[in-house]
Design a protein around this ligand. Structure first.
Ligand SMILES: CC(C)(COP(=O)(O)OP(=O)(O)OC[C@H]1O[C@@H](n2cnc3c(N)ncnc32)[C@H](O)[C@@H]1OP(=O)(O)O)[C@@H](O)C(=O)NCCC(=O)NCCS
Length: 330
């Protein structure tokens, strides 16, 4: 359903803005809004443009839209220059994972910012009353507008999410897995005799997610498999699940979840040795996961970019024991 708002103040257009769920063939146009919105302020900070390559971003958008189509909303304006007679000027994408509402993306085209579009989109993708127990997002620390906008709705910046890039020059800095903790690739577990490998694995992963992230998110684990991230389950001598972690040849590490924070570093050591990336590894570490941050630096990883800020209204996750997928998807 499309709804049209009254004329907006400011922004210099005076044109009516319409809001509706995105169509799958409009995701590339949303990526343009994303790129323009970011480059507009990073250029002012003398930072490099975001890379022009948007294939992995478009796959994330497609995943967000496929799981929560009503929460991926675009703002459009009439345009004589496009075949459809309108152009996308802003968009927001949020997901519900059990009781957790997570805002993945909110971007407004430069020139139309500060005119209320961001706040209007936020209201349209927000959870209904009583639908969510926790609301969270990740913001750019260099961006006061988004931090102020979400904080005014109670979603306050709480901890940094640090971006690490590199290859382990000194893998020993991560330490080794304690004896008795055995990694098994998800693919191998699924193939284990008994026929219930997949359900058993999903049950173990969901239980650990509920313990450390506060919610299970099996749809996102399916997405990770499509993204060719290889998962490992780490089990103790009694067969109990002690953690899981993912790595991919594209260099992405995460998510990682552990029962004991002491396992974070050795699991990173295992993941960065089990997969040979085509380039460098990239991973996002909450500042609270110091048991991973310190060894990552000592092993030779470098901090990249400004930190992102994780924001929430009510505490929901134990971020000493969970490393997220990315700032766009916990
Ligand atoms: C961030 C963004 C999505 C916000 O959308 P927007 O349409 O510009 O924002 P709005 O006009 O709806 O609302 C901004 C609110 O923040 C307030 N605000 C702006 N700067 C502020 C500051 N420095 N301190 C306190 N409040 C501030 C505004 O007063 C406004 O509040 P109000 O509705 O009570 O008046 C948009 O500016 C954008 O796309 N920016 C570039 C890309 C980006 O940074 N995206 C987010 C990455 S995390």
């Amino acid at each position: 359903m499309t709804e049209t708002s009254p004329v907006i103040a400011g922004g210099g257009t005076g044109a009516a803005i319409s809001y509706r769920p995105v169509r799958a063939d409009e995701l590339a146009e949303c990526a343009e809004v994303w790129r323009d919105g970011i480059n507009d302020y990073t250029r002012r900070l003398n930072q490099p443009d975001v890379p022009p390559e948007t294939a992995s971003l478009l796959r994330l958008y497609a995943h967000l839209q496929s799981t929560d189509p009503e929460r991926f909303v675009v703002a459009t304006m009439p345009s004589a220059e496009t075949a459809g007679g309108e152009r996308i000027v802003a968009f927001a994408a949020a997901v519900m994972r059990e009781r957790l509402w997570f805002l993945s993306m909110l971007f407004v085209r430069p020139g139309l910012q500060g005119a209320g579009l961001g706040r209007a989109l936020l209201a349209r993708v927000a959870p209904a009353d009583g639908e969510a127990s926790f609301r969270a997002t990740a913001t750019d620390s260099a961006q006061p507008i988004s931090n102020a906008l979400y904080a005014s709705a109670g979603i306050v910046p709480r901890i940094p999410l640090l971006n690490f890039i590199g290859l382990p020059q000194d893998p020993a800095a991560f330490g080794t897995l304690p004896s008795g903790i055995v990694p098994t690739a998800f693919a191998q577990l699924v193939g284990e005799p008994g026929g219930e490998g997949h359900q058993r694995l999903a049950g173990a992963v969901d239980a650990l997610d509920r313990e450390v992230l506060g919610v299970a998110h099996p749809a996102d684990h399916r997405f990770l498999r499509q993204e060719n991230r290889t998962g490992w389950l780490y089990r103790g001598p009694d067969g109990a699940t002690e953690g899981y972690g993912y790595a991919s040849e594209a260099g992405r590490i995460g998510p990682v979840a552990v029962r004991d924070p002491a396992l974070l570093a050795p699991i990173l050591g295992h993941l960065t040795s089990a997969v040979i990336p085509r380039g460098a590894f990239a991973l996002w570490l909450p500042g609270t996961a110091d048991r991973a941050v310190v060894p990552a630096l000592r092993s030779g990883f470098r901090l990249d970019q400004f930190p992102v800020l994780l924001c929430w209204d009510q505490p929901f996750a134990d971020l000493t024991r969970y490393l997220p997928i990315s700032p766009g998807l916990l």
